[in-house]
Design a protein around this ligand. Structure first.
Ligand SMILES: Cc1cc2nc3c(=O)[nH]c(=O)nc-3n(C[C@H](O)[C@H](O)[C@H](O)COP(=O)(O)O)c2cc1C
Ligand code: SF4
Length: 593
């Protein structure tokens, strides 16, 4: 049956900020958002056509051209590639006689790649029409190819294909302490909003999403911003490759996450909340909606929570853009726009969702906050280090015998995590994902803590059989794909680094490439608009510093002349940022051999 666009838009109250939800429904019904549909949506929502077109073009889960009725996307995250995803993809391409990204002539199938699907503990993984399938093997690929050939609708595929396993191997405070529904809310109500914020501040809780900002300070700033409307947003975008601990928290302890959001709402005076879930986790949608409903029925959400205040949470689903994990890009996305990071300041605590005061917190932060509200600040303070109280949940993947989720007190050594997960002959560990820190084997004594090696959760292990250049090349490719393109240093720099790393990893690089890689990475660090560009060069810089002999080994002796004027490419960025100092330039140097 043809999609009734008017009814769809009316169901979303003709609200342009609901454009993402509307587009998701169009994609589900028609497989793409055609140009006439874009025109019609723009007219019905009363926004410029370019706005709708821009959103469709921005998110990788939306498309304006027809794709296969079965859209197969293999994860090209480094751990999936290590587990053989390339060979499996080739196998499937050969089975259907297709090139990557090509749609079969009968419109049945298209096969491509996507970034990390958050299933690194059970890779290789793929998405078929946005539904996740893990633990791929040649036999599974054969079965999937047969189902596609038979044009069997996805809802009639065997359930076991879509099973996602839980792999929690070590529990500490957050994953083992019981918390009854409403327990934290009741304690926060009896303590009062200001005292709850004070308790969270005294606990030393720092954001678990990467930046490590004090949660109590953030809540206090939001509470102090002039009302009336305030919001709480749970950042469940979890797009950093190698991270899947929020997936486990949301599937095993969704109640604790919502409890944390409700405590935050009470503390800052918010009446509305959003849980922004990454699109790669569709298997969490139904259970999360069920948890929200259950809590409404129990008087823990909705009008008059515990007879004291109003707060409800809406589940919103992203559409495949890593940058939307950055809090201001996430807010743009929640408002129905492309995920382009905002200028900061002002910060979300004063100018967040719809420019109103908003708390944005990571899933794990909110769970920890719920426990602090229920058990007091000592619950976290008693564990960890003076500057990093409490525990950290790590997503361990790569060359280990037991990949999965491990919760440790802050201060645990990298070596301890490796021993527990059964790692052997470790050559390197990427902590915190591609934007984090690359550690060599001589640094395994280092500790997971804000004051030593911080981590948003990823812990990817590479043994002696891995080529570190291939790892860094994968990360460089990832950043080039995910750069939102808004600012020149990041747009150009990530593309240049990806190209140079491809040459170097293939043994066709030059000394000039290595110099450019270092220079471009430094420029991105200092001149990018947001954290993505600022951290995109980290793996290159770390690898150059710690694995230099491997880079030198891969150089070919012939001189490779630059094909692009790096300095010239940054002129527009210098103009926009009003910078013309040395750091904003690529210095012209003699091409080296
Ligand atoms: C490129 C980029 C991606 C990010 N992705 C995430 C993410 O997936 N989840 C998350 O919680 N924070 C992510 N962050 C950090 C958020 O911007 C923000 O600091 C965080 O949600 C705040 O919550 P917290 O204080 O509880 O950590 C990302 C930041 C950047 C720059
Ligand atoms: S640094 Fe990269 S991701 Fe961030 S705004 Fe600039 S182009 Fe976009």
């Amino acid at each position: 049956m043809a999609l009734d666009l008017s009814a769809l838009v009316a169901r979303h109250q003709r609200d342009p900020s609901r454009l993402m939800e509307i587009l998701r429904e169009v994609m589900a019904a028609e497989g793409h958002v055609s140009p006439p549909t874009i025109t019609a949506l723009a007219a019905q929502l009363g926004v410029p056509r370019g706005q709708v077109e821009g959103v469709v073009g921005f998110y990788s889960f939306f498309a304006s051209e027809p794709r296969g009725r079965f859209r197969v996307l293999f994860s090209d995250n480094v751990t999936d590639e290590m587990a053989g995803s390339r060979a499996l993809r080739e196998r499937m391409l050969t089975a259907f006689r297709l090139e990557p990204g090509e749609v079969s002539r009968d419109g049945l199938v298209s096969i491509g790649t996507t970034g990390c699907t958050g299933l690194c503990d059970q890779g290789p993984a793929m998405l078929v029409n946005d539904r996740a399938i893990a633990r791929l093997t040649p036999a599974r690929i054969g079965a999937i190819a047969s189902l596609i050939r038979g044009d069997v609708p996805l809802d009639r595929w065997p359930d076991n294909l879509f099973a996602i396993h839980s792999n929690v191997h070590r529990r500490h405070l957050l994953l083992s302490t019981p918390l009854a529904p409403g327990e934290a809310i009741d304690r926060a109500l009896s303590r009062g909003a200001a005292a709850t914020i004070e308790e969270v501040t005294r606990s030393g809780l720092r954001g678990r999403g990467g930046a490590g900002f004090s949660t109590g300070t953030k809540w206090a700033a939001c509470a102090a911003a002039p009302g009336p409307d305030r919001y709480v947003v749970c950042n469940a975008d979890e797009g950093e490759p190698g991270t899947f601990k929020d997936r486990e928290l949301l599937s095993l302890h969704a109640d604790h996450v919502i409890e944390g959001m409700t405590v935050a709402a009470l503390a800052v005076g918010a009446t509305r909340g959003f849980l922004y879930l990454r699109a790669e986790y569709p298997f969490l949608v139904a259970p999360l909606l069920a948890t929200l409903d259950e809590r409404r029925r129990a008087g823990l959400l909705g009008n008059s929570v515990r007879g004291a205040f109003d707060f409800d949470v809406e589940l919103r689903v992203g559409a495949g853009a890593y940058i939307c994990g950055e809090e201001s890009a996430l807010l743009e996305s929640l408002e129905g726009r492309r995920g382009i990071p905002r200028n900061r300041p002002p910060y979300p605590v004063t100018h967040g969702y719809k420019r109103r005061p908003t708390v944005v917190n990571n899933v794990e932060t909110l769970v920890a906050a719920a426990f602090v509200a229920a058990r007091g600040h000592d619950f976290l303070r008693a564990v960890g280090t003076p500057k990093s109280s409490g525990t950290k949940i790590l997503s361990v993947s790569g060359d280990v015998a037991r990949p999965g989720v491990y919760e440790y007190p802050f201060g645990v050594s990298v070596r301890q995590v490796l021993d527990d997960a059964g790692a052997k002959d470790t050559q390197a560990v990427q902590v915190g994902g591609p934007s984090g820190v690359l550690l060599s084997a001589s640094e395994l004594h280092r500790r997971i803590a804000f004051e030593d090696v911080p981590s948003a959760g990823a812990f990817m292990v590479f043994d002696g059989s891995r080529d570190i250049l291939e790892v860094v090349e994968n990360f460089a490719r990832f950043f080039a794909h995910e750069s939102c393109g808004f600012c020149t240093p990041c747009r150009v720099g990530t593309a240049l680094n990806a190209r140079a790393m491809k040459r170097v990893a293939a043994g066709a690089g030059s000394r000039r490439d290595l110099k450019d890689l270092a220079r471009v990475s430094q420029i991105m660090k200092s001149a990018s608009h947001c954290g993505l560009g600022a951290t995109a060069g980290n793996p290159v810089l770390d690898a150059l510093a710690k694995f230099r002999p491997r880079f030198d080994q891969g150089l070919r002796s012939l001189e490779v002349l630059p094909t692009f004027d790096l300095d010239e490419s940054l002129a527009p960025a210098r103009e926009v940022t009003a910078r013309d100092d040395e750091g904003a330039h690529f210095l012209h140097e003699e091409t080296e051999r």
